[in-house]
Design a protein around this ligand. Structure first.
Ligand SMILES: C[S@@+](CC[C@H](N)C(=O)[O-])C[C@H]1O[C@@H](n2cnc3c(N)ncnc32)[C@H](O)[C@@H]1O
Length: 286
């Protein structure tokens, strides 16, 4: 079959679900990933023919995209800070705002003279732990998650990016202390309230793990409370906490951190001007 005919089929099947440019972009990602073809191949060779074997990958991907499966799951990977991260439906697809959180931590620790112990709570794909370990070898990472299948993905990502991370399976809502003291705690915990589901697209709602995303409307700070409490027990003197936050709940998280005697609390916005991340210092026993 001609590749351009398959491209037309993609548009016929997907244009009612996604903007045309997004369909183009998904088509090119699929041919690049599965067939190793550059996106401008059709401009160079408009009559390029695809074998039956190759067609199979393109039609399998099309049927997943029709079910609104995110393109990253279809490809089985995504890019995070220019690093390849494997993903599947057990893990949240790493987001650009989380890249901003990583840049904040890295910038704060450019000239480290010694190693620091860091724990990433709710590690998911391991994108936070793996990228911090990769970009600053003085940061010694532990990644924690309740999900065994997420940890399996995170381990592959550490291996694939050639970094060492200790992964532990634990439920942050059940542990009362961490296995050791940490210099830095970082987390992108579940923070989307049920009431916010109405604003979400099907590709997220139907395919990304709900355990990674949602909290109840009644207890939106469930994870922050558990993490901040643990941090107050487990951070070293002047240890730091960095967390991604729900854009509507920045002030509430700040208040929570103040209640636990964190100081130098700073909220930062994302490129859209929304409160997105928070940092605080734990000065030790008051
Ligand atoms: C928002 S995702 C963040 C994933 C990844 N760190 C990232 O930034 O892309 C939240 C993660 O918290 C994990 N999680 C949910 N409930 C948890 C719990 N009770 N204890 C530990 N981890 C939990 C989920 O499995 C998920 O991987």
């Amino acid at each position: 079959m001609l590749l351009k005919e398959i491209k037309n089929i993609y548009h016929k099947e997907l244009d009612q679900l996604y903007p045309k440019e997004e369909v183009d972009s998904m088509f090119y990602l699929v041919i690049e990933h599965f067939l190793g073809l550059e996106r401008f191949i059709l401009a160079i060779d408009p009559s390029i023919v695809i074998s039956k074997e190759e067609e199979k990958y393109l039609f399998e991907s099309l049927s997943k995209l029709k079910k609104e499966e995110p393109i990253q799951y279809v490809l089985g990977e995504t890019t995070f800070l220019d690093m390849k991260m494997l993903v599947n439906e057990s893990v949240l697809i790493p987001r650009p705002e989380t890249e901003e959180l990583i840049k904040w931590v890295l910038n704060d620790h450019l000239d480290l003279k010694k190693s620091l112990n860091v724990i990433d709570i709710g590690t998911g794909s391991g994108c936070i732990a793996v990228s911090l370990a990769k970009f600053n070898p003085n940061l010694k990472l532990t990644g924690m998650d309740v999900s065994k299948s997420a940890l399996a993905v995170a381990k592959k990502n550490a291996l694939g990016n050639d970094v060492e991370v200790d992964f532990v399976q634990a439920d942050i809502l059940k542990v009362s202390s961490l296995n050791r003291n940490y210099d830095i705690i970082i987390s992108n915990p579940p923070y989307v309230r049920e009431m916010e589901k109405v604003d979400m697209r099907n590709n997220v709602l139907l395919h990304e793990p709900h355990v990674a995303l949602f909290v109840t409307d009644e207890e939106p700070l469930l994870f922050y409370t558990a993490i901040v409490k643990l941090a107050a027990n487990s951070l070293t003197l002047n240890g730091l906490i960095y967390m991604e936050i729900n854009q509507y709940l920045g002030k509430e998280v700040q208040k929570l951190m103040q209640e636990f005697h964190f100081t130098e609390i700073e909220i930062r916005k994302d490129i859209f001007g929304n409160d997105r991340m928070i940092k605080g210092k734990y000065p030790g026993v008051i």
